[in-house]
Design a protein around this ligand. Structure first.
Ligand code: HEC
Length: 121
């Protein structure tokens, strides 16, 4: 029962995200069969920021619904260490500008509040 509704939520959320990313047309050169999608990257972040960035712990800022430009600029500041963070600097270091942009589009396309009352950790 729980698993089923979580799966349904994931499908809804992913569908919404994919829809607006495609509609925005900002990823014209991106081939999802060759490179990981923003959604795939989001799984890596889920350990701390929650499933699809719906953080459940106040120690970690939520990423879902974050403005794409703010997201990208904060990630680049972590990468350059302009914004010092022992955790996020290491993580941001692993991503190219294009990958950061793909993640930015994914998280920005999500509603700030998880549909159906949220996901469980
Ligand atoms: C090991 C835990 C951990 C993981 C994994 C992690 N983060 Fe973070 N993240 C943090 C913490 C803690 C902060 C709070 C800011 C700080 O450390 O200065 C943060 C902050 C951020 C912020 C700034 C949010 C804001 O409101 O300013 C962004 C953007 C972000 N993370 C993106 C990501 C992305 C994208 C991933 C996956 C690729 C990721 N994080 C993976 C721990 C993590």
């Amino acid at each position: 029962m729980m698993k089923k509704s979580l799966l349904k939520l994931s499908v809804m959320v992913l569908g919404a995200a994919a829809g607006s990313v495609w509609a925005a047309g900002s990823q014209a050169d991106y081939d999802p069969l060759k490179e990981p999608s923003g959604a795939a990257f989001a799984h890596i972040c889920a350990a701390c920021h929650g499933t699809y960035g719906y953080a459940r712990d106040s120690a970690f800022p939520p990423l879902a619904g974050m403005d794409a430009q703010v997201f990208a600029s904060e990630m680049k500041k972590f990468r350059s260490k302009e914004r010092p963070s022992s955790i996020m600097s290491h993580i941001a270091d692993g991503y190219s500008d294009a990958e950061i942009e793909r993640m930015a589009q994914f998280f920005a396309a999500l509603p700030k509040t998880a549909p159906q009352g949220g996901t469980k950790k």
